[in-house]
Write a protein that binds this ligand. Structure first.
Ligand SMILES: Cc1cc2nc3c(=O)[nH]c(=O)nc-3n(C[C@H](O)[C@H](O)[C@H](O)COP(=O)(O)OP(=O)(O)OC[C@H]3O[C@@H](n4cnc5c(N)ncnc54)[C@H](O)[C@@H]3O)c2cc1C
Length: 485
């Protein structure tokens, strides 16, 4: 039977990131992916000269671990930054028209998008002393602190458009942990931001927004091919058996069953698949995982001639509040965001439909999805013709909805896992859905595994690296000596 240090089940970004941090330290890692390719939801496709993204289309980074991974995985030179104009504006669908969202407090004060009452309510935030109930929803937290208008014109469309969630049900502690931490620490979000600015601490602002020249697939492909990672596609994990020292795992493969023994196992699948795997080990844990809901999202990519779009496309795209749009939650102007997303003279517009707001879209056929998308886009963006390229990506379980008493659920999951220390659950229902969060959580689980026991292979690798850097120092000293002679 094959033996590895760590077996990872699920070859999406969560599994691959964990694998990368572990292999880099010298552990032997095998990744089982049920599908025929790695990357999970993330996939970039070239079609008729357009580059489309099935799920994540960019990374918003402010974490040093992500910068470290980019550097060490040799991905810096493959990155592509946002086009300069794209940083200028974001739009909001408001009263049937696209309105530029104010990006700074100063511009908000003069923006016609906000009523005088809404502006005064926002400015009163530092003087709000009420505290919320535990497990407050996003709607409750934002309305209590910043007022109803901020909820309706900023937070609700943000939560629907980026998390496919419903602000009335989403847990504020799970979705907005940094804003809640500011309130807890400073008594006010505004005061907290101000104190952090004055002290020059890291603020909530993203410092680096990027994709890759070949699309987000570049990231998952680079991780999957990194030295020390043994990726096996077409391997569906079926059974996990606890042994005296570690695990025995069984996968169904196109060539029959494969069994591997491992010291640690990371289950990096969506929650329903994780629940099925852990059910024989811990029924309570499986029940907690089964209770995590998912919302469907359909992505409609449209390629068009530039002159068929009347809108200047001077920004990243727009978000649509629920009062304005029943099914379409947002639209990204991909060709305005990153270079080479559309052929010269063409544009690529990517729309997101569904989420918790409209789960019914999961049942819609392609024709209905395209009709609904263009019925919404045509008047808003002054579209003068039909698209020359359409591609539809469907996710029946797009994102975990961080709904209800989510923090309590996560704490209960963590408590159950204390009894099974060599089993780890690492996917986007824990610690954030963004690619940044997945890379950071992968780093954290690798740290926990590395610290859990003494790993001879890790010690060996450290010694070799120390020797190599010693040799390099010796060489450079020698060359300095030589230069002095
Ligand atoms: C439409 C959309 C747009 C998004 N946009 C952005 C964005 O712009 N920026 C951003 O940061 N994030 C974005 N995200 C979020 C991000 O893409 C996802 O959260 C992330 O890709 C999920 O990765 P994962 O590895 O946790 O899960 P997955 O990608 O779902 O990977 C899990 C893997 O496990 C495998 N698996 C399941 N069961 C088994 C089994 N029994 N054995 C073996 N393998 C198994 C599956 O085949 C799958 O490959 C977006 C998501 C969506 C849906």
């Amino acid at each position: 039977m094959n033996k590895v240090d760590v077996l990872i089940i699920g070859g999406g970004i969560s599994g691959l990131a964990s694998a990368w941090w572990l292999a880099r330290s010298g552990l032997s890692v095998e990744v089982w992916e049920a599908g025929e390719r790695s990357g999970g939801k993330i996939m970039s496709t070239r079609q008729d000269g357009y580059l489309t993204e099935r799920a994540a289309s960019m990374v918003l980074n402010f974490r040093p671990e992500v910068a470290e991974l980019m550097r060490e995985a040799g991905l810096e030179s493959a990155k592509t930054a946002r086009l300069p104009g794209a940083e200028a504006r974001r739009y909001l669908l408001h009263k049937g028209r696209l309105k530029a969202l104010p990006m700074r407090l100063g511009s908000m004060v003069v923006s016609p998008l906000w009523s005088l009452r809404g502006k005064l309510r926002l400015l009163a935030e530092p003087f709000i002393f009420s505290s919320g109930r535990s497990e407050e929803s996003v709607s409750e937290f934002i309305t209590r602190r910043l007022g109803r208008e901020v909820l309706e014109k900023a937070m609700e469309p943000f939560v629907a458009g980026t998390l496919a969630a419903d602000a009335d049900q989403a847990s504020a502690a799970a979705v907005l942990p940094r804003l809640m931490a500011l309130e807890q620490r400073y008594g006010s979000i505004g005061a907290g931001v101000l104190v952090n600015r004055v002290l020059r601490r890291s603020t909530a602002s993203a410092t680096d927004t990027f994709s890759f020249r070949g699309g987000m697939a570049t990231l998952v492909e680079a991780l999957a091919q990194a030295p020390g990672i043994n990726l096996r596609t077409g391997h569906t994990a079926q059974e996990l058996v606890r042994e005296r020292e570690g695990w025995q795992a069984v996968a169904a493969t196109p060539h029959g069953q494969r069994t591997v023994s491992a010291c640690h196992v990371i289950v990096a699948t969506p929650a329903p698949a994780a629940a099925a795997l852990v059910n024989p080990l811990d029924k309570e844990l499986a029940e907690l995982l089964r209770g995590i809901g998912y919302a469907p999202v359909n992505v409609v990519h449209a390629g068009m001639a530039r002159d068929a779009v009347g809108h200047p496309l001077d920004g990243t795209g727009f978000l649509a509040p629920k009062g304005e749009s029943g099914t379409l939650t947002g639209n990204l102007w991909m060709s305005a965001l990153f270079p080479d997303r559309a052929p010269p003279g063409k544009v690529l517009l990517t729309s997101y439909l569904g989420g918790a707001r409209a789960p019914k879209v999961a049942d819609w056929d392609d024709g209905r999805l395209v009709d609904e998308t263009f019925r919404t886009l045509r008047p808003l963006m002054d579209l003068k013709s039909d698209p020359e390229m359409v591609r539809i990506d469907r996710h029946c379980e797009a994102l975990p909805a961080y709904h209800g008493a989510y923090q309590a659920r996560m704490q209960a999951i963590t408590a159950r896992l204390q009894h099974i220390p060599s089993l780890h659950l690492e996917a986007n229902y824990r610690g954030g859905v963004s690619v940044r969060d997945r890379l950071v959580c992968g780093h954290a689980v690798a740290d926990r595994i590395l610290g859990a026991q003494c790993w001879p292979s890790v010690e060996r690798k450290r010694r070799e690296e120390a020797q190599q850097s010693g040799t390099k120092t010796a060489y450079s000293l020698e060359s300095m000596d030589a230069a002095l002679e």
